[in-house]
Each structure stands twice: as C-alpha cells, then as structure tokens.
Design a protein around this ligand. Structure first.
Ligand code: 5GP
Length: 201
C-alpha cells in the first residue's frame, strides 16, 4: 500500500517541480487544451489516469488512459494505489500514487487532467498545487459542444450537463479560472499561466 511519506513531503518542499491541476466540465475543451499544453511544454510530465470507462474511438490504452476493469480498479483502491480517485459519470478514474511520487522525486513538473473531486483530494496532499478551472462561455454553449462531439447518447449528455453545473458551482476553489470562448486565446492564456509558475530551465 502506498502512503504519503516523509520522502514525499521532503520532495514536495525541496524541489522545484510543480503540480498543475486542470479541471473542467466535459465539453469545455479541456482535453484539447491539455493536448496543446503538452505539445508546448515537452518536458511537462502528464499523468495518465486509469479508468473503468470504455475507450472512445481513437483512444489508446496507455496513452489517453489505462483502461482497466472495475475489479482491477477496486483492487487498486484496496491496495492504496491511487493518490486520488473519483467516480465521474458512473465510471471510476484514478491517479497513480506511485507515478506521482516518482515524477516528483525526479523534480518534474506535472500536469493532471482530473475532475473537481480529485482536485479537492489532491489539494489536501499538495496544497501548493496550481489549480486551473476551464469554463465554457455558457451552459448553452457547452450543450451544443457536447452534441457536436457526438460521443454520447442523450442520457449521457443530460448526465454530463447536470455534472457540469455541479462542477461549475465549485470553481471558486481553483486558483485560476479561464473561459474557453476562443480556443486560440484560451490556449495562449493557459500556456502563459503555466509558464508564469515554471522555473527557468
Ligand atoms: P472523460 O471520460 O471525458 O475522459 O473524463 C471525464 C472526467 O474524468 C473529466 O472531468 C476528467 O478530468 C476526469 N478524470 C480523468 N482522469 C481522472 C482521474 O485520474 N481522477 C479524477 N478524479 N478525475 C479524472
């Protein structure tokens, strides 16, 4: 079982690496924006989550997510393998505690794309994490984006919209809130924001 040790806290206080936590309701453009950030900052370590969700077309195991069964995921909970985990839209998602410890001990900056519950849990371990919430311009815009994306059926869209509102209601816990009205502008803002926290190489 992984427990947060003195080594972890030593790594947290005496290293220059930082945790960047990005959350957003689904459809707000977070995956696209995180992809842009990853291509821009090639040295930023990206935490690949594990999930019990079925892969969407084009998603690859070990690149977008580690797609695991509920049994494997629940075993991970019992073994303390997740730094945080949450149930989102009926599926389980978790961040590997061992991976985070390893990346931090190497002094790397880390980007995490996780939901509000996960961000809240990680903040208890890493209060200095830089938290960024990405908002859609409006709920109507979000609904339109979810429909255009065409990934989900009506029931799932309705569930995602309800969850989106609940997530938006918690955005004040984030250090930064960024509105994704125009993708290019949001990309520039997000990159500039992350850059402002990173130590010069
Ligand atoms: P999706 O299924 O659309 O890829 O992701 C659904 C939600 O789960 C998104 O808000 C995403 O940020 C969140 N998520 C992805 N990985 C993790 C994780 O490891 N932990 C938590 N708490 N949320 C995650």
């Amino acid at each position: 079982m992984h427990t947060w040790t003195d080594t972890d806290s030593h790594a947290r206080t005496n290293r220059s690496g930082k945790l960047f936590i990005v959350s957003a309701p689904s459809g707000a453009g977070k995956t696209t924006l995180c992809g842009m950030v990853r291509r821009h900052f090639k040295d930023l370590a990206y935490s690949i989550s594990s999930t019990t969700r079925t892969p969407r077309p084009g998603e690859r195991n070990g690149i977008d997510y580690f797609f695991v069964s509920r049994e494997v995921f629940e075993d991970g909970i019992a073994q303390g393998r997740w730094a945080e985990w949450a149930e989102v839209h009926g599926n389980l998602y978790g961040t590997s505690a061992q991976w985070i410890s390893q990346a931090l001990s190497e002094g790397r900056d880390i980007l995490l794309d996780i939901d509000v519950q996960g961000a809240r849990r990680l903040l208890t371990h890493f209060p200095d994490a830089v938290t960024i919430f990405i908002c859609p311009p409006s709920m109507a815009d979000l609904e339109q984006r979810l429909r255009q994306r065409g990934d989900d059926d009506e029931a799932t869209i309705a569930l995602r919209l309800r969850n989106a509102q609940a997530e938006m209601d918690q955005k004040d816990m984030y250090r930064h809130v960024l509105v994704n009205d125009d993708l290019d502008q949001a990309k520039s803002e997000l990159i500039a924001l992350i850059d402002s926290y990173r130590s010069p190489a």
